[in-house]
Design a protein around this ligand. Sequence first.
Ligand code: PMP
Length: 291
Amino acid sequence: MERLIYLNGELVKTKEAKISVFDHGLLYGDGVFEGIRAYSGNIFKLKEHLDRLYNSAAAIMMEIPISKEEMSQAVVKTVNANKLRDAYIRLVVTRGIGDLGLNPEKCQKPTVFIIADKIKLYPEEYYKNGLNIVTAATRRNIPDALSPRIKSLNYLNNIMAKIEANRLKVPEALMLNREGYVAECTGDNIFLVTSGGTVLTPPLYIGALNGITRAVIVDMLSDMDVVLKETPFTLFEVYSAAECFLTGTAAEVIPVVDVDGRKISDGRPGELTLKLKERFQEITKKDGVKL
Ligand code: PMP
């Protein structure tokens, strides 16, 4: 279906939404992005996504040419122009058009585009029965080289891990950091529930994205008086967990039932996982910026 794309301040048809081959987002992966969802006419956690986008831009020393308020209006305008109530929104800011050298100073102005489209969910059976995942041999980018907290257009590290998952015919791959601690999946954060009922998630310094969905779950656990520990853990803790689940804007809250061929507990989605998944769905219905 032909969509209307926001491109540098204008809404243009998909066919006309074109980016220069000299854009450094394309030549060097020099840029930042967000994946956002709208549920039943509400854009979920838009402020948090925009804060992360502008923080990512600040980290790579790129000044986004419009204010957060203008960006927020641009997102709303794009979703409305496409008459969507439930949507997946991709917001991208690249360094802009430069020359063939990598010097960002040659780029005059960042390119901003917003795509609003229908959401493609994982098949329903994954939510019901849980995911099988594998640990990738590819380690997560080391924060001293490129912080995984920057949501940049450089996703090759994650893509290498995703290729490993594809080769083993599973939908996600778990990534360790250089020291062998569990960091996150290629597009999701990870949580465990121990046999004692404590929830574990890797601290961000291990090398993981500060997931917006992760933060929603952290708040939810606190409301439910469940003990959460942001603490480093290894694959041993994963294999011996009572429950495991992933969080992300696209995946939402999704159970994991098998990691590297080891069944998590009895191989069925855990009770707390299912409760959180349900609560998350309730929150998405009532929270958000109105379209
Ligand atoms: N980690 C990575 C590497 C991701 O790409 C994503 C998805 N953007 C996440 C975690 C989950 O973040 P969020 O909940 O903000 O979508």
